[in-house]
Design a protein around this ligand. Structure first.
Ligand SMILES: [Zn+2]
Length: 316
C-alpha cells in the first residue's frame, strides 16, 4: 500500500470494509443450523481431530488432521452443494406447512424445479431418521399406494384408467407401506418396493424395545415377522378390539388412524412417483412427530444432522 496516495488508500480501505460487511451479511443469511454447525468428525475418514481451514461460500471449512482433506458442515450430506442458502429457511417453513411445489416456489422466489430439488434433498436424510426404542404397546399394519412412474420418460406399464378396476392387495400395482406406531406418537416405517418380509424384520429389529408389546391384525407376513421376536411379545387381534390381562386395550386403531391421516395429507400432491414415496412418508412422519418444533432452522438440521436435533432418532 506504500505507493498509493492517501486518497487511494482511503478508497481501498473503504472498499475492503464494504466487501467485509457484504460477506458478513451473506453469512448472516445462511441458516444458523448450517452456519453454526460444528462437525465432530471428518466426513471422509471419520477421524475426530479437525482444524479450521478458512471460509468458502460463506461456510466455515475444516481440515482433517489425519487424511488432510477439507470439508464443510454439509460435505457428504444431501444438502451439499445446494445453492441459495439464504432461502432455505423459507423453504423449510413451506415444508413444515406441507405446501405444494408451486406454492413453495412462490414463497421462496425460486423456480419450481429448484423447489422440487430442495424438497427431495431435504427429505433424503429425514426419511431415514426414524424413532428408535418404540415403547409400551406398538401397532403395526400395512397400507398401499398405487405404483406410479410420474415424471418418468419411459413408462414401463400401460397407463391406468382413472377410477378403473379395483386392484387387489398383493398386486404389483400397489406398493405396501409398513408402519409401526407406539401409543405415545412415535413411529417408523418402510416402503416395501420389492416384497414385504425383509422390511418387516428390519422394522421390528431396529425400532422396538425388547419388552415392547407388538399388536397386529391377522396378516400372515406381519405375524411371521412378529413370531421371530420371541414368545409373549406379540398379540394378534382379529376382531375390533381385545383386552389384556390388566384391561389394556389391544387394537390396531392407532396405526390405522395414522394411515388415514397420511392418505388424506397426500391427496394435495395428486399422486407421487413411487421412487419418491418413502420421502413423502418420511416427511409426513416428521411433521406428525414434530421433532422440528415448528422451527425452520431445526427442520433444516433434521435434513443433514438429525442426531443433533434428537438423539432418540436413528439414521437407518
Ligand atoms: Zn479425514
Amino acid at each position: 500500500m506504500v505507493s498509493l496516495t492517501a486518497l487511494q488508500r482511503k478508497k481501498l480501505t473503504q472498499q475492503l470494509e464494504e466487501t467485509q460487511t457484504e460477506q458478513e451479511a451473506a453469512n448472516k443469511e445462511i441458516p444458523p443450523a448450517v452456519a453454526e454447525a460444528d462437525p465432530e468428525q471428518c466426513p471422509h475418514c471419520g477421524h475426530d481431530e479437525l482444524g479450521k481451514w478458512g471460509n468458502a461460500s460463506g461456510l466455515q471449512r475444516w481440515r482433517c488432521k489425519d487424511c488432510k482433506k477439507t470439508f464443510n458442515a454439509l460435505t457428504g450430506t444431501p444438502l451439499a452443494r445446494l445453492r441459495k442458502k439464504e432461502k432455505w429457511l423459507d423453504n423449510a417453513d413451506a415444508m413444515i406447512a406441507g405446501e405444494t411445489i408451486e406454492r413453495t416456489a412462490e414463497l421462496c422466489g425460486v423456480h419450481p424445479n429448484t423447489a422440487f430439488r430442495w424438497r427431495h434433498r431435504f427429505l433424503d436424510c429425514q426419511k431415514r431418521a426414524q424413532s428408535q426404542d418404540l415403547a409400551g404397546i406398538a401397532e403395526c399394519d400395512e397400507t398401499y399406494f398405487y405404483r406410479s412412474e410420474k415424471g418418468s420418460k419411459n413408462l414401463q406399464r400401460r397407463p391406468r384408467k382413472r377410477g378403473g378396476d379395483k386392484i387387489k392387495r398383493g398386486s404389483k400395482e400397489l406398493v405396501p407401506v409398513i408402519t409401526l406406531r407406539d401409543r405415545s406418537g412415535h413411529g417408523a416405517d418402510r416402503v416395501a418396493l420389492d416384497g414385504v418380509p425383509p422390511y418387516i424384520k428390519d422394522l421390528f429389529n431396529q425400532h422396538l424395545l425388547e419388552d415392547t408389546l407388538l399388536i397386529t391384525d391377522g396378516k400372515r407376513s406381519l405375524c411371521a415377522g412378529a413370531k421371530k421376536r420371541g414368545k409373549g411379545s406379540h398379540v394378534r387381534v382379529l376382531g375390533k378390539e381385545a383386552r389384556g390381562k390388566k384391561g389394556e386395550p389391544y387394537h390396531t386403531q392407532t396405526v390405522n388412524a395414522f394411515h388415514s391421516m397420511l392418505k388424506g395429507w397426500m391427496t394435495r400432491f395428486r399422486g407421487v412417483a413411487t421412487k419418491y414415496l418413502a420421502n413423502y412418508v418420511g416427511w409426513h412422519r416428521h411433521l406428525t412427530e414434530g421433532h422440528h418444533r415448528n422451527d425452520p432452522n431445526l427442520f433444516i438440521q433434521l435434513a443433514f444432522n438429525p442426531l443433533a436435533v434428537n438423539q432418540q432418532l436413528k439414521v437407518i
